[in-house]
Ligand binder design. Structure first.
Ligand SMILES: [Zn+2]
Length: 422
């Protein structure tokens, strides 16, 4: 089945012709053609085998969004965790974790995934701590890069921790498909023993899997890794019976040589660490709402850009956000980084949820060009964009309800009422 989606504006994310007017995207499971040539559009329109979907006066078509970092297992969380400071939040997670994770059952996962797709996201990077979300992810029409998480700093338990991680990874391989891709997540430099970090990186490298790690999210993490002091000290003494960090931030980064990792947050990364990430070809994942709610501060996007590090905006999980709506996250990012040029920031933010995370996770999506997966969304703007340089900004400000969502050319049901993703 071939579909032709017509629109007033097509954002291709192809740098040779990024914005097309009065254009069409023609696809089956892959993009066949993207054109603004009226004769070509007319030819497809006359072909009985092509389903034509007309656009409205201000319809925008663009690649489906990629939310590269979230934790589905905390999707039952709304109002229970402590916000305002990272350590306050972390203590509340330790206290409520078991209850929250067991409160999200199969229906909770399914509704969450449906609401994500209905909001225009066609691919997610889902960090899984326990594997409880695997079946729902594998059964979902969404594309899921399934990051099996490794966490544990006790060297005496390293073999057991790694064996459990490998078990979960193998289970995700059993469910692997053209929509579910197994991947590796290393929790953080403070919570994973260097021996385990190296084993996980080796495994990701040998099997060609995407790999990600939280890195320098909070001031407390910075202080603990730099000097073994600060608010993490009593935390580690209480929960892990340990009084010294397992390694330095520099050692942690050096474990990732030879892979192109995703580093999540990086708010408190030093200039030197950012340069190391740039040299490695790493990607920073930026979760502005989570950083704000946990009192972690704001990532310096100017420094990130100056080093030409690609960044991907993501929501993080409902453990540190009030919504998994990625357009809403983009609106916050657009308003939060007030020092940057509005039009250019908006363009970069749209790249940060399409082509950048697609490249970082090795996915054949994120751009509307012939041969890529037909992950395509459309929605309406409330009026004509009078200033073309602001097209991306107007999309971020006004994209609300999706008109259509296609994943691999297959239409996704969009409920009339917005779904509560609980
Ligand atoms: Zn996270």
């Amino acid at each position: 089945m071939v579909t032709m989606l017509l629109a007033r504006t097509v954002l291709t994310m192809d740098p040779t012709r990024p914005i097309l007017k009065d254009a069409a995207v023609i696809f089956d499971t892959k993009i066949i053609e993207v054109t603004d040539d009226p004769a070509v559009i007319e030819r497809y329109a006359r072909d009985r085998a092509v389903e034509v979907i007309e656009g409205g006066a201000h319809t925008v078509v663009m690649p489906g969004l990629i939310n590269s970092h979230l934790h589905l297992e905390f999707s039952a969380q709304r109002t229970e965790l402590d916000y305002g400071s990272f350590m306050g939040w972390l203590y509340s997670v330790m206290e409520k974790r078991e209850r929250l994770v067991s409160a999200c059952k199969e229906a909770c996962y399914t509704r969450t995934l449906e609401s994500i797709a209905a909001s225009g996201v066609t691919t997610i990077g889902a960090v899984s701590s326990y594997g409880f979300d695997l079946a729902a992810c594998a059964d979902s029409p969404l594309k899921v890069v399934y990051f099996n998480e490794l966490i544990g700093s006790n060297p005496a338990a390293a073999d057991m921790i790694f064996a459990d991680f490998v078990d979960r990874l193998e289970s995700s391989f059993e469910r692997m498909s053209d929509r579910l891709y197994p991947a590796v997540a290393v929790h953080s430099p403070y919570s994973v023993h260097p021996v385990l970090v190296r084993k996980a990186v080796h495994l990701a490298k040998s099997r060609g899997l995407p790999i990600g790690a939280h890195f320098m999210e909070s001031r407390s993490e910075r202080r603990w890794l730099d000097s073994g002091s600060g608010e993490f000290k009593p935390f580690f003494e209480q929960f892990l019976k340990s009084a010294t960090p397992v390694g330095s931030a520099a050692d942690f980064l050096s474990c990732f040589e030879g892979v192109k990792p995703l580093f999540i947050h990086g708010v408190h990364a030093s200039d030197e660490e950012l340069s190391t990430i740039a040299r490695m070809g790493g990607t920073l994942v930026h979760c502005p709402v989570s950083n704000r709610l946990l009192g972690c501060g704001r990532l310096n996007l100017e420094k990130v850009k100056n080093r030409e590090i690609g960044y991907a905006v993501a929501t993080d999980g409902l453990s540190s956000n009030y919504t998994l709506d990625l357009f809403s996250e983009l609106r916050h990012a657009l308003l939060m980084h007030e020092g940057l040029d509005l039009a250019l920031l908006a363009r970069d933010l749209i790249r940060s949820v399409t082509e950048i995370p697609a490249r970082a996770m090795g996915l054949h999506t994120g751009r509307l060009v012939a041969g890529r997966s037909a992950d395509v969304i459309s929605f309406d703007l409330p009026g004509e964009v009078e200033h073309e340089r602001l097209t991306y900004a107007q999309v971020i400000l006004h994209a609300q309800k999706m008109r259509t969502v296609f994943i691999e050319g297959e239409p996704i049901d969009i409920p009339k009422e917005p779904l509560d993703d609980r």
